[in-house]
Design a protein. Structure first.
Length: 246
């Protein structure tokens, strides 16, 4: 969700690179008689400088689940066959539900205690479809019963999700700045021109797990959220709507 941005304005002609960063300032100055030329614009440009702030958030888009099976036998061959059959069923179930091979990893542990050989297998699966994760884990629990152990789902944000979140925050901040500039220019009897400069001044990012709320209201695993904020400074050119062409 977007938060209201803050704005300040200056109608004085300013030289290139001369920008104020006082966010609490709101001033209007009579333009000077001698225009200051901005490099690249060719004529004196009256400016409206505003700041915009926005926050956007999104829930985790990935989840990993650890699936473990194990057994103990008097020979390596027997224990390996026993565990391998269940592992094959797990991998086949994942494939049938559209889980890609690169989204599942398998680790095997074989050790001996006294006269018994113990083998444990752990399958770590990453899902982007949470309903699919629920279906798969439900089937495995139903078919393998006590011979399978499912870890608690671990939710997280992918790198692509966080990158998109930062971009959305910046774009929303620029849009907030544009809306304020449009309203201010209308109140001052000016017409908003094209943007002269857009600069992102501050970015922040944080995550919230809502663990206390989840613990008090539900026993379901917590799905954390990530929030990104952006503050931008934007300078627009102004056109006097009262000036008539000859």
């Amino acid at each position: 969700m977007d938060s209201p941005g803050r704005a300040f304005a200056s109608l004085a002609r300013r030289a290139a690179g001369d920008y104020s960063h006082n966010e609490n300032q709101l001033e209007a100055e009579v333009p000077k008689h001698t225009p200051v030329h901005r490099p690249g614009h060719g004529s004196g440009v009256r400016e409206l400088q505003v700041t915009g702030v926005a926050e956007v958030w999104c829930p985790a888009d990935r989840v990993t689940v650890r699936i473990s099976v194990g057994n103990s036998k008097e020979s390596v061959h027997d224990v390996s066959n026993s565990v391998s059959r269940r592992l094959e069923y797990i991998l086949q179930t994942l494939k049938q539900h559209g889980v890609k091979e690169e989204d599942a990893s398998v680790r095997r542990f074989l050790h001996r205690e006294d006269d018994l050989y113990h083998m444990d297998v752990e399958v770590t699966v990453t899902f982007s479809d949470f309903e699919r994760m629920e279906r798969v884990t439900g089937i495995l629990l139903e078919k393998l019963d006590k011979s399978v152990c499912l870890g608690s789902p671990q939710f997280y944000h992918s790198a692509e999700c966080l990158s998109q979140l930062r971009q959305q925050a910046c774009v929303a901040a620029v849009e907030n700045a544009r809306q304020k500039a449009s309203e201010i220019s209308r109140l001052l009897g000016q017409s908003l021109g094209r943007p002269l400069l857009v600069r992102e001044e501050e970015t922040r990012e944080w995550r919230k797990a809502d663990e206390e709320d989840s613990a008090s209201h539900s026993r379901l695993p917590c799905r954390p959220t990530a929030t990104a904020s952006s503050r931008v400074a934007v300078s627009f050119s102004l056109r006097d709507t009262t000036r008539k062409k000859l």
